[in-house]
Design a protein around this ligand. Structure first.
Ligand code: SAM
Length: 289
């Protein structure tokens, strides 16, 4: 049975047909851990039967947790509450043929970025120098190294746990010749240590992408290259999020003295009522060149 159908059936068995949709779409499987993104107003006790049913019906699930806070802070982490199975938050997560050790309580991880990881990897041309400014446990970087032929991917994160897992994931996937993990603030590291070297820069952190744009631009070789910028865009009725994101990026780059050619936009996911995460791929060059 397809995974979505099975998750819906499990939720329907616990809460009935009427409420199944409120729950099943909020279940994420990360390795052998199931995470239920807690619906607003639902208690831990109310989630317990769903956790037990997930353990019973999905033999590959060993541990079930629920989220207790939104994603917050510089490390983009959530608080979790343990529900059932093994009380363990570290797991091995597989994506696009690569394997990642992660602790859901210590490092940002989202299977909902899976499509983006591969989409970006496919755009990388042989020999490119890539900077991933907000690498987390290294998913974009490792998948790029496994599926494309970059010369090197500098892979930065400010969270020491993310860095530690990234180092391990680089070794696990045997890409230590291509991926260089770096611990620190990308807004400082790029201008100070990676100036003028990159063909392509990934900025998968909507909260800071625009603010850190000047730092990213310093990383580009001859001030030209491709940026992948992830943004949160408010979308009041009638606003096209992709267009709004492209216009925001173009205006910001113009203000910094760059010409911008937006080659692609995509709504990655909805992140709130009338709020979307959008990726903008943009080719930049100095205005006066
Ligand atoms: C949305 S997560 C990245 C997800 C990751 N790229 C993936 O595909 O799984 C954002 C990451 O940026 C890191 N971060 C936040 N501020 C940063 C900064 N100034 N410099 C470098 N990393 C930063 C956080 O620790 C977090 O791991």
């Amino acid at each position: 049975m397809a995974k979505r159908k099975l998750l819906r059936e499990i939720a329907a068995r616990v809460y009935g047909e009427k409420y199944a949709d409120k729950f099943w779409k909020r279940i994420e499987i990360i390795g052998d851990i199931a995470v239920i993104r807690r619906p607003f107003g639902v208690t831990v006790e109310e989630l317990q039967p769903l956790a037990e049913e997930l353990l019973r019906r999905l033999p590959y699930v060993r541990s079930v947790w629920t989220t207790w806070s939104p994603v917050e802070g510089d490390y983009r982490l959530r608080e979790f509450v343990y529900l059932a199975g093994e009380e363990r938050s570290e797991t091995l997560y597989r994506e696009h043929g690569c394997v990642f050790r992660v602790d859901i309580r210590r490092v940002y991880i989202s299977p909902r970025l899976s499509y983006e990881h591969m989409r970006v990897a496919r755009l990388i041309r042989p020999g490119e120098v890539v900077i991933n400014m907000y690498a987390g446990a290294g998913l974009f970087s490792v998948i790029a190294a496994c599926h494309a032929k970059p010369w090197i991917v500098y892979s930065i994160d400010i969270n020491p746990y993310a860095y530690r897992y990234m180092v391990e994931n680089v070794l696990l996937n045997k890409v230590s010749r291509q991926v260089v993990p770096l611990l620190g603030d990308a807004a400082r590291l790029v201008p100070e240590r990676l100036r003028g070297i990159a063909d392509r820069i990934l900025m998968p952190l909507p909260e800071y992408a625009l603010e850190h744009l000047p730092a990213a631009l310093e990383g580009l070789r001859r001030r030209r290259g491709i940026l992948h910028i992830y943004l949160h865009i408010d979308t009041p009725r009638g606003v096209d999020p992709r267009r709004a994101a492209a216009e925001t990026v173009e205006a910001r780059l113009r203000g910094l003295g760059y010409r911008a050619h937006v080659s692609f936009t995509r709504v990655v996911r909805t992140v709130g009522p009338r709020k979307s995460q959008v990726v903008v791929d943009v080719e930049v060059a100095p205005e006066n060149a």
